[in-house]
Design a protein around this ligand. Structure first.
Ligand SMILES: C[S@@+](CC[C@H](N)C(=O)[O-])C[C@H]1O[C@@H](n2cnc3c(N)ncnc32)[C@H](O)[C@@H]1O
Length: 389
């Protein structure tokens, strides 16, 4: 069974994604005790080390790790953050991570593959120089790499485009077609990825042979919602709902009217925004949740506008609904909604990571497990995710 180490593990959704594919988790690290509590409730604490990555040393990482993953902090790279890039305190944690991979190299135990995940803003951070610096470093360690974008909305009803760097140790990448920088425009490698690769032709890029990803969630938004009784305290009082709808821009008020008429299953998600000094509600028209985020730093929780009874009702999405939007159907949630929003809002979308690892790295597994299609089929049959689909 191939072994992996999960850095920036959070609540463990990378593990949630790939363990069922036959990968064994032998090490996990994160700095946040609150996330560690959720991680431990799901996976136990055997392999989890709660510590600042700056304070880790190579000797903390078990020998013979085949894959190392890093969904490192995006705060300094996302629009909602301060855009200080990889010089920032949070996203700059990629450097101690890569130092540790370098340490594994010196130990003669360079992992077969690396998987990095972050927001697509990494492509443009510092005019592309930040991503270049990462790829340059990975190349020097002895890897060839591909850069792809996957959107959670292809797998679940949530808009969440994310950038992935998949790196293969050069001795294993034999036979994988080498990229000249002029590849076809594809959904996985949109224009900005191609532009980045063309501008950095000197770096060791490869084009992994990946199939077209699914183009549309198998689940509608209504399928991930809790059945919440009408008298539950989470629903806003009628006066508050009316006041918010009255204050909406006409376009958004019309969307609520459409929902009441039964359009889009009668449900939609909503963010609250401050516009011209007033808090207004903005309702989505695409049957998706917006990108889940952690509810601090000014970015708000996401709300449900539910018009299925003919009258608009509003409540925050629950922690369980956040989990389902990330494809984590069976994840135990013994914490408050606020803590669950923090954990799941910051996490990866399980089926998106599963799809990528099955297709890009399935060959590192043995026997039937090395065939991505049969891996994903096996999972489809067993998961609650498929039962609802
Ligand atoms: C984008 S989240 C990753 C979430 C994770 N993949 C999941 O599925 O829950 C980034 C993680 O990096 C962790 N982190 C931030 N600074 C860190 C540091 N200095 N050392 C270790 N982990 C850190 C945060 O606590 C957070 O859980």
């Amino acid at each position: 069974m191939p072994r992996f180490a999960e850095f920036f593990a959070g609540i463990g959704l990378v593990r949630e994604a790939i363990e069922p594919l036959g990968w064994e988790c032998v090490f996990a690290n994160d700095i946040a005790p609150t996330k560690a509590e959720m991680y431990t409730a799901r996976f136990g604490s055997d392999h989890l080390l709660v510590r600042d990555i700056h304070d880790l040393s190579v000797s903390d990482i078990p020998a013979d790790v085949d894959l190392v993953t890093a969904s490192f902090p995006c705060i300094d790279l996302s629009l909602a953050g301060n855009r200080s890039g990889l010089a920032g305190r949070h996203s700059g944690t990629i450097w101690p991570f890569l130092d540790l991979v370098g340490g594994l190299h010196h130990r003669g135990a360079l992992p077969s593959a690396l998987l990095l995940e972050n927001v697509t803003g990494l492509l443009s951070s510092e005019g592309g120089r930040d991503l270049r610096a990462i790829c340059e470093r990975i190349g020097k360690l002895g890897y060839l790499m591909d850069v792809v974008v996957l959107d959670a909305k292809w797998f679940a009803p949530q808009s969440r485009p994310r950038l992935f760097v998949v790196a293969l140790r050069s001795d294993l990448a034999v036979g994988v077609s080498s990229r000249s920088g002029d590849g076809d425009l594809s959904v996985l490698r949109p224009r900005n990825v191609q532009r980045f690769q063309r501008a950095n032709r000197d770096l060791p890029f490869i084009e992994l042979s990946l199939p077209e990803p699914p183009r549309g969630s198998p689940l509608r938004l209504a399928a991930v919602l809790d059945q919440v009784p009408g008298d539950d305290a989470s629903w806003w009082p009628d006066e508050r709902v009316d006041a918010l709808i009255d204050a909406m821009a006409p376009r958004h008020r019309e969307r609520v009217e459409e929902l009441s008429a039964g359009v889009r299953d009668g449900v939609a998600t909503m963010f609250r925004r401050v516009r011209a000094g007033r808090t207004v509600g903005e309702v989505r028209a695409d049957q998706l949740a917006g990108c889940l985020r952690t509810p601090h730093g000014g970015s708000s929780v996401q709300f449900l506008v539910d018009c299925r009874t003919g009258t608009a009702r509003i409540r925050p999405l629950s922690g369980r609904e956040y989990a389902r939007l990330q494809g984590a159907w069976d994840f135990p949630i013994d914490v408050s909604d606020r803590r669950a929003w923090l954990g799941f809002g910051d996490a990866v979308c399980v089926p998106a990571v599963r799809w990528l690892v099955a297709h890009a790295l399935g060959f590192l597994c043995e026997g039937e497990r090395s065939d991505p299609e049969s891996q994903l089929r096996l999972l489809d049959q067993s998961a609650a995710y498929a039962a609802v689909a």
